[in-house]
Design a protein around this ligand. Structure first.
Ligand code: 6PG
Length: 458
């Protein structure tokens, strides 16, 4: 208990946009930051002290136990931990604030335990502005360390009505797992909105300035969220009379978290086609447009009148599918690992400060919060409770887009996901029979009894 008050000096290794702003946030709450970053040699900020080496930083921290936070690119974490192991003392606390792969956090925690060092793997969301003013903080790892420093993490986290978005999820993997799932959903939300801008441009012939107004008006509906606001800000931004959207290169960057989400979903046997499509489009993006001479708005059917409520339904449908797929990963994680992550806690962490925050998230979680598990019926019920029109109208907009060769990978994969689940078809039966025919794989009938077709030799 006493330790809690003693920790007022903290080391931060890595003062890039996230680490630096997280440090400033801590300083604004009264903490003293000892920082190290290769490309930083002095500080103009009071209570941010810079050191020429990690060991000098360590020596300067005048609190016990000493707390060191890493805000580093994933590939620099292990090297830095190896250095720190040599200089840190028993019971010190090492915090990884970066976007790390959750299974790496398990390994790191084990290694550090051998040296009696306590580890916290923390996902931080909200970008540099969030880090400075109140991020979402997803914590996993040593309970003792959490107990010792939760007050300082909570002091910098986003808050609303006294509810903090700093949440402890248990084991060392859990914080980074929840952040990874968050990022996969983030990819899908971002691309949903990018695909909708393409529909607005190509189906409805709407210019960027009008698109901004449309997105802004959507902020008053149930699909409202931070990423919608971001899209409304960027869509018509310009300088020297030229829209940024027409100036910048189209290759989409990524830091690897979406890749981890998809790989982890496969490992957990969870289907995440909406998230996968967003990731896959990023991978494809370096080749966008290269075979096309003309990407101007030239093939629209001028007779198609915009119906904003269909667009809202469309976004609602795809956001719901993406979020549902991400939550299904958490569900499967709970089934596979002993730490049970509560949906209520996930919502608490994401509700404020995160990139996913917004009204849509609040509505989606409203009925989910008290559930222990989620099944597919949740998606169907949620969608039918939220959509203003029937899905047929939304589908016809997709058909029009399709006829105009408008690419909608995230939108169409969401529809395929939904239809595969909720319509009757014989895809499963056909594939099982194919497997049986050429591979003699076991078949079960509808009553779960062994079924032996005529081509299988008894
Ligand atoms: C957040 C974001 C953040 C992420 C960047 C870039 O929650 O604040 O998820 O952690 O690193 O947005 O991600 P990509 O480079 O993969 O787009």
């Amino acid at each position: 208990m006493n330790n809690m008050q003693n920790i007022i000096e903290i080391g931060i290794i890595g003062l890039g946009a996230m680490g630096y702003n997280f440090g400033l946030n801590l300083i604004s709450k009264g903490y003293i930051i000892h920082g190290y970053d290769k490309s930083f040699n002095k500080s103009k900020v009071k209570n941010l002290k810079i050191y020429p080496s990690i060991s000098k930083l360590y020596d300067a921290i005048n609190s016990s136990p000493k707390v060191i936070m890493l805000s580093l690119p994933n590939n620099a974490v292990d090297k830095t931990i190896s250095k720190l192991i040599k200089i840190m003392n028993k019971n010190d606390i090492l915090v990884d604030l970066g976007n790390s792969f959750y299974m790496d956090s398990v390994e790191r925690s084990k290694v550090l335990k051998k040296f009696n060092l306590n580890f916290l793997g923390i996902g931080v969301s909200g970008g540099p502005t969030g880090a400075r003013n109140g991020p979402s903080i997803m914590v996993g790892g040593s309970k003792k360390a959490w107990f010792q420093i939760n007050h300082l993490l909570k002091s910098v986290a986003a808050k609303e009505n006294n509810q903090t978005s700093c949440v402890y999820f248990g084991g060392p993997a859990n914080g980074h797992f929840i952040k990874m799932v968050h990022n996969g959903i983030e990819y899908a939300f971002m691309q949903t909105l990018a695909e909708v801008t393409t529909i607005l441009s190509k189906v409805y012939c709407i210019n960027y300035v009008k698109q901004k107004e449309i997105f802004k008006s959507f902020l008053n509906t149930n699909i409202s969220c931070y990423l919608l606001k971001v899209t409304s800000e960027i869509i018509s931004a310009k300088s020297k009379n030229k829209f940024f959207i027409d100036k910048i290169d189209f290759t989409i960057g990524q830091n690897g978290t979406g890749n981890w989400t998809v790989k982890s979903a496969l490992d957990l046997s969870v289907s995440v086609p909406t998230i996968y499509s967003a990731l896959s489009t990023r991978n494809l993006s370096k080749d966008f447009n290269i075979y096309s001479n003309n990407i101007e708005i030239n093939n629209s059917d001028k007779n198609v009148k915009i119906n904003q409520s269909i667009l809202i339904d469309l976004i609602m449908f795809v956001f719901s599918s993406a979020l549902f797929q991400g939550i299904s990963m958490i569900n499967a994680y709970n089934e596979n690992f002993s730490d049970k992550i509560k949906f209520r806690d996930v919502f608490k962490a994401w509700a404020n400060g995160s990139i996913l925050q917004g009204k849509f998230l609040n509505i989606f979680f409203k009925k989910l919060n008290n559930k222990k598990t989620i099944d597919k019926s949740y998606l169907k019920e949620f969608i039918s409770s939220q959509l203003k029109s029937d899905l047929l109208k939304t589908r016809s907009l997709i058909n029009i887009s399709n006829n105009l060769s408008i690419p909608l990978p995230v939108i169409t994969s969401s529809f395929n996901y939904y239809d595969t689940l909720f319509t009757s078809h014989k895809i499963g039966e056909i594939i099982q029979l194919q497997r049986s025919y050429f591979g003699q794989h076991k078949l079960l009938d509808k009553k779960n009894n062994i079924f032996i077709p005529k081509w299988v030799k008894k």
